[in-house]
Design a protein around this ligand. Structure first.
Ligand SMILES: [Zn+2]
Length: 145
């Protein structure tokens, strides 16, 4: 794991989020919730150990099973009307409805997995959970004019 840059304290202050919503939005789009400059993910579901722009250590996150839970929950709610519409019509045979819903469900669930994890990491950072110190919320409050 690469160490944060020793010059991180000499970098200009990042544009800290002003609210939880802004921090989560940054995480959902895969940007650093703290500065919005660096990438949050090194690979599909592997967060970068440190932000390349502001040096924030992301190794403290403990998203665990929460991103898949959120992703599956949202997929179910998005797919329910489609399933009901397909089941109530005679346009497709049953096997085609099942195949279509399973493929669509897997695609939606995978598409939502990384944004869910980014949002949850941002939430944990904002609340100062699991070793994120100082808490993002407190850091943003003390640095705002
Ligand atoms: Zn950053």
């Amino acid at each position: 794991m690469p160490a944060p840059s020793p010059f991180a304290s000499m970098l200009p202050l990042p544009a800290l989020p002003t609210s939880l919503k802004q921090a989560i939005t940054r995480g959902i789009v895969g940007k650093c919730p703290r500065c919005e400059e660096g990438k949050l993910f090194a690979r599909f579901l592997k967060p970068a150990p440190h932000c390349s722009a502001c040096g924030q250590d992301w190794s403290h996150h403990r998203a665990d099973d929460f991103p898949p839970y959120v992703s599956i929950f949202l997929t179910g709610h998005l797919l329910a009307p489609v399933i009901i519409a397909l089941a109530s019509s005679d346009a497709l045979p049953l096997w085609a409805c099942v195949a279509l819903c399973m493929a669509l469900g897997a695609a939606i669930m995978l598409a939502l997995l990384q944004p869910a994890k980014g949002g949850i990491i941002a939430l944990q950072w904002w609340l100062g959970m699991h070793g994120f110190n100082p808490a993002g919320r407190d850091e943003a409050r003390t640095r705002q004019p």
